[in-house]
Write a protein that binds this ligand. Sequence first.
Ligand SMILES: Cc1cc2nc3c(=O)[nH]c(=O)nc-3n(C[C@H](O)[C@H](O)[C@H](O)COP(=O)(O)OP(=O)(O)OC[C@H]3O[C@@H](n4cnc5c(N)ncnc54)[C@H](O)[C@@H]3O)c2cc1C
Ligand SMILES: NC(=O)c1ccc[n+]([C@@H]2O[C@H](COP(=O)([O-])OP(=O)(O)OC[C@H]3O[C@@H](n4cnc5c(N)ncnc54)[C@H](O)[C@@H]3O)[C@@H](O)[C@H]2O)c1
Length: 461
Amino acid sequence: MTAAAKNTLWADVVVIGFGKGGKVAAAALGRAGRRVILIERSDQMYGGTCPNVGCVPTKALVHHSGRRRPEDSPQEWFEQAIGEVQALTSTFRAGNYDALNGAATITVLTGTAHFVDLHTVAVSNESGEVRVVGETILVNTGSEPVIPDIPGLRESPRTVTNVDLIHTTHLPGRLAVIGGGYLGIEFASIYRRFGTAVTVFEASPQILGREDDDVAAAAAEVLAGDGVEVVTGAEVLEIRGEDTVVYRKDGREHSLTVDAILAATGRTPATAELRLENAGVKTTDGGAIEVDEHLRTSQPHIFALGDVNGGPQFTYISLDDSRIVLDQLLGSGKRSTADRIAVPQTLFMSPPLATVGLTEKAAHAAGHEVRIGMQRVADIVAMPRAYIVEETRGVMKFVIDAASDEILGAALLSVDAQELINTVALAMRHRITATELRESIYTHPSSTEAFNDVLGTIVRG
Ligand SMILES: Cc1cc2nc3c(=O)[nH]c(=O)nc-3n(C[C@H](O)[C@H](O)[C@H](O)COP(=O)(O)OP(=O)(O)OC[C@H]3O[C@@H](n4cnc5c(N)ncnc54)[C@H](O)[C@@H]3O)c2cc1C
Ligand SMILES: NC(=O)c1ccc[n+]([C@@H]2O[C@H](COP(=O)([O-])OP(=O)(O)OC[C@H]3O[C@@H](n4cnc5c(N)ncnc54)[C@H](O)[C@@H]3O)[C@@H](O)[C@H]2O)c1
C-alpha cells in the first residue's frame, strides 16, 4: 500500500462544510445506509454559521437586550448576556457534533477541505493531511463577511465582524455600522438596546430599499424611537486614525469617532479555499458555485447547498436545498428550486419586520390591480396582545389582488411577526383568499387575530 493510500478514506458521500443543508443531508444519507464523511474546518463551527455565530446567538441577544431595564448597568448586563449566549451556542454545537458523529455510518473530520480532483478532497489540520475520495460530493461551505475596500477600514483595529462582536464581553460605547441591511439593522437594534450609541451608515437613499416607502418609514421610525441614528445616502470615505469614520452626506463631509466599526455590507460565498478548478466546478461572476434547479454543479456528481450556491442567504433555504439534493440522491428527483413559492423572511429588529411575496410597488410593476389592507398596530382593536406585551409599535400591510382576492404579499412590522408571516405564506401557497384569512377563527388574545381587522381595513384600491 502506498503512503498516499494509507492516508486515504473512502465514502459514498463527502460533505464539505457543517452547515444546515449539509448536516441534514448527511444525517438522512447516513440513515439510508450510505457511508458519509462530513468535513468541518473549525471545531467551533459544528452546526455551521446559524447556531454558532449567526441566527441563534443574534436572536438570543435580541432577547437579552430587550430584557434590560434602564437601571441595569449596560456593561454588566451585556457581559452576562454574552456568557449565556455562549453557553447556549456550545450546547447546540456539541449536540450537532454528537448527532452526526455518533451515527455508525457518519464520520466527522475537522480540517479545511479543498478539491484535488473530480472525486478527491484533501483535508488538512495541524496534524497533517488526509485525502477523502467520494462518489458524490456536497459542498456546503456557506458565506463570509465582505469588508469593503474603504481606505483605513481593513487596517483599523476597531473594525469588527458579527463574529468578533458576539465573542467580546466588552460593550462598545459608540458603534458605527456600515450597511443598513439585515445584519446591520439587527446589530444596530440589539446594541442600542444594550445601551450603546449606534450610528448606521447606509449608502442607499433609504434603509430597507426593497420595501414600500410606508413600511420602510415605519421601520425607520421604530429605530429612531429606540435612539438608533441612521444616516442614509452616506458615502463612507475613509477611517481616519483608526477610530474616526469620515463620510459624505448631501455633498458635505462629516466625521464620527467610535469604539467599534461593524462591516455589514453583505456576505460572499465561501469558495476561495476550495480550489474548485481542480474538479472543474464552475463559479458565477459573483463567486458562487453555479448550480441548476436541482443544485447540481457543472460536475453532475457534485452538488452545492446553502449560501455557497448564491441563493437567498437564509438557514431555511439551506435546509430546503437539502430536500432537493436528497430527492436527487434518494427520491424521485422531481423537487427543484422552482417549487419555492411565497418564501418569507424576518428582520429581527424589535418589533420584527417580516415580509413575504410582493410589495405594493412590485405588484403594480407586475401589472396587478391591488387593494391595500393596512393598519398601525396600535390601532388594531382586534389585537389586544400588542397592548398586553406593551409593544404597540409598527404596522401591518397586505397587498391583495383586486380581481382574484388572492394575497400577493404582506409586510408585518409587529410583535410576533416572525410567527405570523408563516401563516400568511401558507395561505398564499394554498391560495387561501384574503377574505378567507380575514374571516377565520383565531385564538384570543393572539397576534393572528389582527388579520380579522387588517384585511378588512382597505386603505387603497
Ligand atoms: C449574524 C447573522 C445572523 C443571521 N440570522 C439569520 C436568521 O435569523 N435567520 C436565517 O434564516 N438566517 C440568518 N442568517 C443567515 C444564515 O446564518 C445563513 O444563511 C446560513 O447559516 C447558511 O448556511 P449554510 O448551510 O449555507 O452554511 P453555514 O452554516 O455557513 O456553514 C458552512 C460551514 O462550512 C465551513 N467551511 C467553510 N469552508 C470550509 C472548507 N474549505 N473546509 C471545511 N469546512 C469549511 C464553515 O466553517 C461553516 O461551518 C444570519 C447570518 C448572520 C451572519
Ligand atoms: N434575520 C435574518 O434572516 C438575517 C439576519 C442577518 C443576516 N441575514 C442574511 O445575511 C445576509 C447578509 O447580510 P448583510 O446585512 O451583510 O447584507 P445585505 O445585502 O442584506 O445588506 C447590505 C447593506 O449594505 C449596504 N451597503 C453596501 N455597501 C455599502 C457601503 N460601502 N456603505 C454603506 N452601505 C453599504 C447595502 O446598500 C445594503 O443595504 C442577508 O442578506 C441575509 O440574507 C439574515
